[in-house]
Design a protein around this ligand. Sequence first.
Ligand code: IMP
Ligand code: MG
Length: 172
Amino acid sequence: MSTAQIPTLIPLEALRNRVTALAQEIRRDTPDENLHFICVLKGGVMFLSDLVRAMDGRVTMDFMALSSYAGTSSSGEVRLIKDLDYGLEGRNVVIVEDIVDTGLTLHYLQEILRARNPKTLRTACLLSKPSRRKIEVHVDYIGFTIEDRFVVGYGLDYEEQYRNLPYIGVLQ
Ligand code: IMP
Ligand code: MG
């Protein structure tokens, strides 16, 4: 399918406005300190890059990769594929994820990162599909709450495709 045929759920302008508001909110919650963003590859990349560019003050970043979806339904299995370059001891950590669906990935991630003794650990997700939750998970900052639709674009993929769409679209 050509990307031109993917219907829009969240247009670019709405993404930009919401991400800017989230950046300001996150900074307001930790005004004078460094914020250490952990981007979950690869879906969180566009969100992270817009988020940090909309933010004032000191920021550092690190990246990790977890096993992701095969197709459109979660296997429920989470695997660490690439670990962080830096430790988290004493840092104000913010996890940056594309979407929280069943919650299994984020739950796993929060557990392993909390064990590394950050000063604070918070989570920012661009999207949330609450009707799909299998496990309760705390998310501090949510961009948009959406229905149970499979979405692509702005970093989110279907079998590695469509990450480059500049908006969030629905795959039918
Ligand atoms: P969870 O463990 O079920 O919460 O799944 C989280 C991961 O599944 C996300 O980080 C995405 O990589 C992927 N995912 C869940 N829903 C979607 C979707 O609608 N589009 C693209 N990827 C999705
Ligand atoms: Mg992901």
